[in-house]
Design a protein around this ligand. Structure first.
Ligand SMILES: NC(=O)c1ccc[n+]([C@@H]2O[C@H](COP(=O)([O-])OP(=O)(O)OC[C@H]3O[C@@H](n4cnc5c(N)ncnc54)[C@H](O)[C@@H]3O)[C@@H](O)[C@H]2O)c1
Length: 291
């Protein structure tokens, strides 16, 4: 069985945002399963750390420190990969952020849209275009893009961000169908609530921790490794029959879709039900909640 492992032995992987929480965990998972890794990220110090960690696992690692929102940086990345390894078998597009741009859509600016476009979609177009010809030639390739549950459901006050994450899903589907006959699988992963640099690892005081299961059915924030497992699956032979999908890896937030856990039940009216639970007398003044 091809999935007894190592799962990606001898493959060359490029991970953009490779020094991020999900990116780093993906680099390590791929290296543990036999891949050499190019770690591409804008953060020099963290990139160096991940390169060292991959090296510590006995795999070859090369770091490329660059702002991948520029055309030149993507070209430099691809030149480096070509020079060092001669090919890309696995491309993981981990760069993406909402950039803290939040507010009413009518107040958003063209500069914000442009910045969100560049960091969430443009580099995905560029990197995919760069790697597909070689993958086609060799008859094997894996592309894993990163969208977000917010590219699927709404995210009020984050309209432009959701548009570009949704576009990643859309692009992924179309590329996937185009390249599937050449032994290339292109898929995406939509995550939610993952402890990562861009959300300051959801750092909060300990007394706040008990609230997390209210909105994450699995009961905790995701760690990079939870998502890296999906990357490894899609990047290996195990994912060979998955074509053009967005795998949602979110601990249940999307499926919950408006349902929340209160101390005694699940509800789609969280504050109302909690108020009724906190004040039993309230049930005598108002009709009891159905759920
Ligand atoms: N963490 C979450 O809760 C969450 C939610 C939804 C979607 N996502 C998506 O998951 C993916 C992985 O992010 P993460 O959660 O690991 O976050 P992270 O902040 O830990 O990692 C992102 C990495 O990308 C790098 N980066 C940012 N801009 C760059 C640029 N212009 N050029 C090169 N590198 C750049 C950062 O330095 C960082 O190391 C992203 O596409 C993100 O949009 C994450």
């Amino acid at each position: 069985m091809p999935w007894q492992g190592p799962l990606v032995a001898g493959r060359v992987a490029v991970v953009t945002g490779g020094a991020g929480a999900i990116g780093r965990a993906s680099c390590l998972a791929l290296a543990e399963h036999g891949a050499d890794v190019v770690v591409a990220d804008i953060d020099e110090e963290r990139t160096g750390q991940v390169v060292a960690e991959v090296g510590g696992l006995g795999r070859r690692a090369v770091g490329v420190v660059a702002d991948l929102t520029t055309k030149e940086a993507v070209a430099t990345l691809m030149d480096t990969v070509d020079r060092e390894f001669g090919r890309v078998d696995i491309l993981v597009n981990g760069v993406g952020e909402h950039l803290g741009v939040s507010g009413r859509f009518e107040d958003s600016t063209e500069d914000e849209w442009e910045a969100l476009y560049r960091v969430n979609l443009l580099h995905v177009l560029r990197t995919c275009k760069a790697v597909i010809p070689g993958m086609r030639q060799r008859g094997w390739g894996r592309i894993v893009n990163f969208s977000s549950v917010e590219g699927i459901r709404s995210a009020p006050m984050l309209g432009a961000y959701t548009a570009f994450k949704g576009a990643v899903d859309s692009l992924t589907k179309s590329i996937a169908v185009d390249v599937a006959g050449s032994g290339i699988n292109c898929n995406a992963i939509a995550v939610d609530k993952t402890r990562a640099h861009q959300v300051d690892f959801y750092r909060a005081t300990a007394e706040y921790d008990f609230m997390v299961p209210v909105w994450i059915p699995a009961g905790r924030y995701a760690e990079g490794a939870d998502v890296a497992a999906v990357v490894l699956f899609l990047a290996s032979e195990m994912g060979r029959w998955v074509v053009g999908h967005t795998v949602v890896a979110d601990g249940g937030t999307l499926a919950a879709g408006g349902w929340y856990r209160t101390p005694n039940r699940f509800t789609n009216s969280p504050l109302l039900v909690q108020w009724l639970e906190d004040d039993p007398e309230a049930n005598t003044r108002r009709p009891p909640p159905l759920r």
